[in-house]
Design a protein around this ligand. Sequence first.
Ligand code: K1U
Ligand code: ZN
Length: 173
Amino acid sequence: MAVLPIIVAPDPRLKRKADPVEAVDADIARLMDDMLETMYAAPGIGLAAPQIGVLKRVIVVDVAREGNPPAPMRLANPEVVWESEDTNVHEEGCLSLPEMYDNVVRPARVRVRYLDRDNVTQEIEADGLLATCIQHEIDHLNGTLFVDHLSTVKRNMMLRKLQKRKKSGTLAA
Ligand code: K1U
Ligand code: ZN
């Protein structure tokens, strides 16, 4: 397994739509494992393949609380097949927007279909932080960042701050 560098915004690679995987073969399974190791090292509770420069529809998530056993999830071609009308507000962060946080409104519950590490179709219903995190990661697969859910003023302020930090060398490119 390997810890891979995470791309920091603004970067055109984070704005592109990722391609579906044909099947979860050995290469995709290894990608999922590398992504989990990268996520745990960051540390984070989710990661999408475009954040490591791979434009494939693959995400990993683990929202287990500290002190509880790890609960890693590996999802290929995840799609929301149902979302609740009621919404939830959660403060979000992003490994591609270091030290930036804000509240985002999303559907409170979602049903998600995906291929697991064994290429088997699964469906789960998620709520709470898991629902928020899965929606945040699926957004990455469509070139959307959590700041795209905020006002233009807030989004541009955050992206300009990151651009400055990248230019001054206090952030990885
Ligand atoms: O996609 C990402 O950039 C990962 C992101 C996921 C996420 C966080 C919060 C709400 C929605 C989605 C992160 O993991 S940011 C880091 C983070 O939340 C965290 C880090 C250490 C411990 C606990 C949380
Ligand atoms: Zn993110």
